[in-house]
Design a protein around this ligand. Structure first.
Ligand SMILES: NC(=O)c1ccc[n+]([C@@H]2O[C@H](COP(=O)([O-])OP(=O)(O)OC[C@H]3O[C@@H](n4cnc5c(N)ncnc54)[C@H](O)[C@@H]3O)[C@@H](O)[C@H]2O)c1
Ligand SMILES: O=c1ccn([C@@H]2O[C@H](COP(=O)(O)OP(=O)(O)O[C@H]3O[C@H](CO)[C@@H](O)[C@H](O)[C@H]3O)[C@@H](O)[C@H]2O)c(=O)[nH]1
Length: 433
C-alpha cells in the first residue's frame, strides 16, 4: 500500500533518513523542520550530517518529485495520511526524557490533520507517550502508532533499508497494519504489538546494548589485573550464538546521542513505576568507571600527575564514522584530563573546532607533537596507518594509551613506543603502577 502522502516532522538523523528512505521506496514524502536554514540547505541537496548515501537519496527524491522540505510541522501534515514524529527527546531534568518537542508538535498539528490520519512516534519515548499524544491531539479519528527506530549513526541509510526487524505497536491494530505496510518492500521481520510494548522495546534494547558494553569493559578491567586478554576472551565468548560477536569491543565507555540518555530515562521510567532498576544504574556507573580508567592510564604514563603536561588526543567523535560529539566518551575523558591540569592538542578527521579546553588541529602529527603521552579515543581507521616512527620522533614521552585496542601494538613497539591497550595484562595500567 502506498500512502497518498507521508509527513516526517524533524529532519535530524532519524527524520531525514526516514523521509529520504521512504521516498526511495516510492512514497511521496514531505519533511518538516523548525530550522529554516536547514530546510533551505536540504532543498539545495546539502546534508550536514555524515551519513553515507543520505545526500544522494535527498537529491534523487527531490528530482523525482517524491521528496519535499518545508518549514514547520503544520505545513507538512495538511495532506498527510501518515505523520512520522522524529523529534528530539533529550535527557531532561533528573534524567527523564524531555518530551516537550513531541508535545508541542502534537498541539501544533492537532487541528490541521486531515480526517483519519495516523500519527507515528519514531522518536524514542517512554511507555505511555502514544496515549499522551493521543490525548493531546484530542481527535477520535486519529490513531497513534509507535514505530521505534533502531538505526545507528554512520550507517543510518543501510540500517533503515536493511533492518534486523521492524517494530510497530498500536492499540489500533488497523493503524499498525497501515504503518507496517509502508515498509513491506523491505521484507524485514515485522513485529506487531500494543503501543506500550513497542515503546518499551526501544529502551529495553538500548539498555541491553549498554549493559553488554559495560559488562565487557568491566571484564576488560579484570583481564588487566589477572593476566588475561580481553580480545581472546571476547572471541571465546562471542562464538556462543546466545552471546554473539558484536558489541563486545572494550573502549573508553559507550556514548552518543542515544545510549546515555536512554539508560538514564529507563532508570526514571522504572523509578516512576516504583522500581529501582539497579542493573541499569550500575551499567551507567560502570561506564563512568571505564572513562576514568583511561584517564588513570594517561596519568600513570605521565608519572602520576597531569598538571601542565601536554597530551595528544586522537579522536573526539563518540565512535568512528560520525562527526557527532553528543555525549562522546572522548569528551568526558578530555574534560577530566583538562580538570587535572593537562594541556590537550586534539585531532579528529571529521570534527572541526573550536572546542573548549583544547586546541583542535587538522593533522594527527600536529596533535602528538611535544606530547608527554598520546591517547586514542575514537576508532578512526586512519589512526591505524600513522607513521609511528614519525610519531615517536615528534612526542616528548613514549606512551600511547589505546583505549579501544585499535592500533597495531607491534608497529608501535617497533617504533620504540609503549602501547597501553585495554584488557591486556602486559599492556594495561597495572604495568605502570
Ligand atoms: N540519532 C540516532 O541514531 C537515533 C536512532 C534511533 C532513534 N533515535 C531517536 O529519534 C529521535 C530523534 O533523534 P535524532 O538524532 O534524529 O535528533 P536530531 O537532533 O538529529 O534531529 C531532530 C530534528 O528535529 C528538529 N525539530 C526540533 N523541534 C522541532 C519542531 N517543533 N518542529 C519541527 N522540527 C523540529 C530539529 O531542528 C532537528 O533537525 C530521538 O528521540 C532519538 O532518541 C535517534
Ligand atoms: O563493541 C562496541 C560497540 C559499540 N561501542 C560504543 O558504543 C557506543 C554506541 O555505539 P552504536 O550503538 O554503534 O551507536 P549509535 O549510533 O548511538 O546507536 C545506538 O543508539 C541508537 C539510538 O537509539 C540505536 O538506534 C542503535 O540501535 C544503537 O546501536 C559508541 O560510543 C561506541 O564506540 C563500543 O565501545 N564497543
Amino acid at each position: 500500500m502506498f500512502a497518498r502522502r507521508i509527513a516526517v516532522v524533524g529532519t535530524g538523523y532519524v527524520g531525514l533518513t526516514t523521509g529520504a528512505c521512504l521516498a526511495s521506496l516510492g512514497h511521496r514524502v514531505v519533511c518538516a523542520d523548525v530550522d529554516s536554514l536547514k530546510v533551505a540547505r536540504l532543498r539545495a541537496g546539502q546534508v550536514d550530517i555524515l551519513e553515507p548515501g543520505l545526500a544522494e537519496l535527498v537529491v534523487e527524491g527531490q528530482a523525482a518529485g517524491r521528496l519535499e522540505f518545508v518549514v514547520g510541522a503544520a505545513a507538512a501534515v495538511r495532506e498527510a495520511d501518515v505523520v512520522f514524529l522524529c523529534l528530539p527527546t533529550p535527557m531532561g531534568v533528573g534524567g527523564a526524557a524531555d518530551l516537550s518537542a513531541v508535545e508541542s508538535v502534537a498541539a501544533e498539528i492537532s487541528e490541521v490533520l486531515p480526517y483519519g490520519t495516523v500519527i507515528v512516534t519514531k522518536s524514542t519515548v517512554p511507555v505511555g507517550t502514544s496515549a499522551r499524544v493521543r490525548a493531546l491531539l484530542g481527535r477520535e479519528d486519529v490513531a497513534v502508532v509507535s514505530n521505534p527506530e533502531f538505526l545507528r549513526e554512520g550507517t543510518a541509510v543501510r540500517d533503515f533499508l536493511h533492518p534486523d526487524r521492524i517494530v510497530v505497536g498500536s492499540d489500533s491494530p488497523s493503524a499498525a497494519e497501515r504503518v507496517a505496510a509502508l515498509f513491506a518492500k523491505l521484507g524485514a521481520p515485522t513485529v506487531l504489538m500494543d503501543a506500550a510494548s513497542a515503546e518499551m522495546v526501544k529502551y529495553a534494547a538500548n539498555c541491553f546494548l549498554a549493559m553488554k558494553l559495560s559488562y565487557v569493559n568491566a571484564v576488560a578491567e579484570l583481564c588487566e589485573l589477572l593476566g588475561a586478554d580481553i580480545e581472546s576472551v571476547s572471541e571465546g565468548m562471542g562464538y556462543d550464538k546466545r552471546i554473539g560477536q558484536s558489541f563486545l569491543k572494550p573502549g573508553p565507555g559507550w556514548g552518543g546521542s542515544c545510549l546515555p540518555k536512554d539508560t538514564h530515562a529507563m532508570v526514571q521510567i522504572a523509578e516512576a513505576a516504583g522500581v529501582d532498576f539497579g542493573l541499569v544504574r550500575s551499567t551507567i556507573e560502570a561506564n563512568v568507571r571505564a572513562q576514568m580508567r583511561v584517564v588513570d592510564k594517561v596519568r600513570v604514563a605521565c608519572g602520576g600527575s597531569l598538571a601542565g603536561v601536554r597530551i595528544g588526543v586522537l579522536g573526539l567523535a563518540f565512535k568512528a564514522g560520525t562527526n557527532d560529539l553528543r555525549d562522546s566518551p572522548a569528551l568526558a575523558v578530555a574534560e577530566q584530563l583538562v580538570l587535572e591540569g593537562a594541556e590537550l592538542t586534539a585531532f579528529d578527521p571529521e570534527v572541526t573546532g573550536p572546542l573548549a579546553g583544547m586546541l583542535l588541529v587538522d593533522d594527527p602529527y600536529q596533535a602528538v607533537k611535544g606530547a608527554e603521552a598520546v591517547v586514542l579515543l575514537t576508532d578512526w581507521p586512519v589512526f591505524r596507518t600513522l607513521d609511528w616512527v614519525r610519531v615517536a620522533e615528534l612526542m616528548d614521552g613514549h606512551t600511547v594509551v589505546d583505549s579501544r585496542n585499535h592500533l597495531d601494538a607491534d608497529a608501535l613497539e617497533r617504533a620504540g613506543l609503549l602501547h597501553s591497550g585495554v584488557g591486556r595484562a602486559s599492556l594495561g595500567v597495572t604495568q605502570f603502577s
